[in-house]
Design a protein around this ligand. Structure first.
Ligand code: TTP
Ligand code: MG
Length: 480
């Protein structure tokens, strides 16, 4: 049998060429001689012998990576992962203490379309989870309290959360609205004990934000994140060096970031359910199954992660989208939504001082089919009118042919740049820029909805308004 060659057996669904007897030898393993009976360890070495070549390469890589970022220290990294518990639901409970201890679903009312943004831990006992259609949540837990949610409020809590975290170290990666990695390797001399700092952060978040939080501490990002998962809800878990193998062994493969539902199906067909099962697969097998991702999977499953924190805080994109209360086919009403979302997106771009080089429009039909169109621009944009004109063009291109009812539209600005260089060959007028600046000034003083276009005004009859913040959409997106 040739190693590295893999083809599918129709009868078993298991790749032929995959031999469990050979599995367990790393890609770097020498031919069989002298290897039989040697038990593989997490580090890719053998219990009886020295670490394998792979382990040495990884260690070297780790060292080089950390040298780039932390030139002085060659010791263990110290990474803390912090994640708020049932974030949106916890904010709701904070505002309305009567909800405490009750199953709570955030995202809409039971009869409404759309999905749950999140739910309290009491609701999770019934099988309810984020992303589940609201009607299904209701079926599973009819006595749950359902709330639509207030996204502006969650954003305000999120900002306060990150401000607090930034007090402790300059190396903070804001991974999502309620989740961050903090690295203390660089400022290790400031603290006598890292676990004490991690615990202090946990206490302060609970006290100053009034929200439950879970904290994990380990020597890299993946282990810290998995430690937080173990600590949830409301706990602190620190993974000590040397404990990695035992910690990872029994975890389900779905815990590894990057193993999505499709990959899980494939792995489970190979009888790989736990992370320890994954260790038995050769790198070559993982490569055949997942391409370049196979390498990452091989390392992450062994708790090896040399990724540094994305601390610059530079976002990759900003997007705004809305799921409608009912499917919409009316062209003007669709464009009204699009205009409002573009307006919000443009405002964010200006507030964050970015220009977008790519504008993308997304539409979801009533049958959930999702389509998108994007345009790469030679002149990056942040002006409301420029963004809307482009978005309208893209939207009509993708929608007018079908004229089907839609359940969602969205607009995204990506490939962000901090300054734009005007081209000699580009016709450019400052008018739009000045108009946007004037718009921001008025809105800064009188609130977002103080100035709306006639098109946007159509939404007044559809949604409630928060004069300062705009319309209260059903699923306002807060993605960065
Ligand atoms: P998560 O941190 O994934 O979830 P959570 O904080 O609600 O619960 P956990 O204790 O497991 O961390 O997401 C943070 C918030 O992001 C969540 O409260 C709601 C929002 N969210 C969505 O809107 N849609 C989603 O699909 C998910 C996963 C989260
Ligand atoms: Mg959370």
């Amino acid at each position: 049998m040739s190693r590295g060659l893999l083809w599918w057996s129709r009868s078993s669904g298991v790749p032929r060429g995959y031999d469990p007897l050979v599995a367990g030898r790393g890609f770097d393993a020498p031919p069989e001689k002298g290897r039989q009976g040697a038990k593989r360890t997490l580090e890719g070495g053998t219990r009886s012998g020295s670490p394998s070549k792979l382990a040495l390469i990884v260690r070297k890589q780790n060292m080089r990576k950390s040298e780039e970022n932390f030139p002085v220290f060659r010791k263990r990294r110290y990474v803390v992962h912090v994640d708020l518990d049932a974030f949106f639901a916890s904010v709701e409970v904070l505002l309305n203490p009567e909800l405490k201890g009750k199953p709570l679903v955030v995202g809409g009312l039971p009869h409404e379309r759309g999905v749950a943004s999140t739910c309290s831990y009491e609701a999770r006992k019934y099988g309810v989870h984020s992303g589940m259609p609201l009607r299904q949540c209701y079926k599973l837990c009819p006595r749950a309290v359902f709330v639509r949610g207030n996204y502006h409020l969650y954003q305000a809590f999120s900002e306060k959360f990150f401000r607090l975290l930034h007090e402790y170290t300059p190396d903070v990666e804001e991974a999502s609205l309620d989740e961050a990695y903090l690295e203390f390797t660089r400022c290790r001399h400031l603290y006598s004990s890292f676990s004490e700092v991690a615990k202090e952060i946990k206490c302060r978040v609970e006290k100053e934000l009034g929200l439950g939080v879970s904290v994990g501490a380990a020597s890299n990002k993946i282990l810290a994140k998995l430690a937080t998962k173990k600590a949830k809800p409301g706990g602190f878990f620190e993974l000590q060096p040397g404990e990695e193998e035992e910690f990872l062994r029994e975890l389900d493969i779905s815990e590894i970031p990057g193993i999505g539902p499709k990959a899980q199906v494939m792995l489970r067909l190979l009888n790989v359910h736990k992370i320890a099962d994954l260790w038995k697969l050769q790198l070559g097998t993982l490569r055949s199954l997942f391409g370049v991702m196979g390498d990452e999977l091989y390392l992450l499953s062994r708790g090896m992660d040399c990724r540094s924190l994305a601390v610059e805080g530079k976002p990759k994109s900003f997007s705004r989208e809305a799921t409608f209360l009912q499917d919409i086919w009316d062209r003007d009403l669709l464009l009204a939504h699009l205009a409002y979302l573009c307006d919000r997106l443009a405002l964010t771009l200006r507030q964050e001082k970015y220009y977008a080089r790519v504008i993308e429009v997304k539409a979801r039909y009533s049958d959930f089919k999702t389509v998108s169109r994007r345009r790469v621009l030679s002149l990056p944009v942040q002006e409301t009118n420029r963004i809307y004109r482009l978005a309208e063009e893209l939207f009509l291109e993708l929608w007018e042919g079908s004229r089907l009812a839609l359940r969602l539209v969205g607009v995204k600005g990506s490939e962000l740049v901090e300054a734009r260089h005007l081209s000699l060959f580009e016709i450019y007028s400052e008018r739009e820029e000045r108009l946007s600046q004037a718009l921001d000034r008025v809105r800064g003083k009188y609130g977002f909805n103080a100035l709306l276009t006639v098109r946007e005004k159509m939404l007044s009859g559809v949604y409630d308004e928060d004069r300062g913040r705009g319309f209260i959409l059903k699923t306002a997106s807060l993605t960065r």
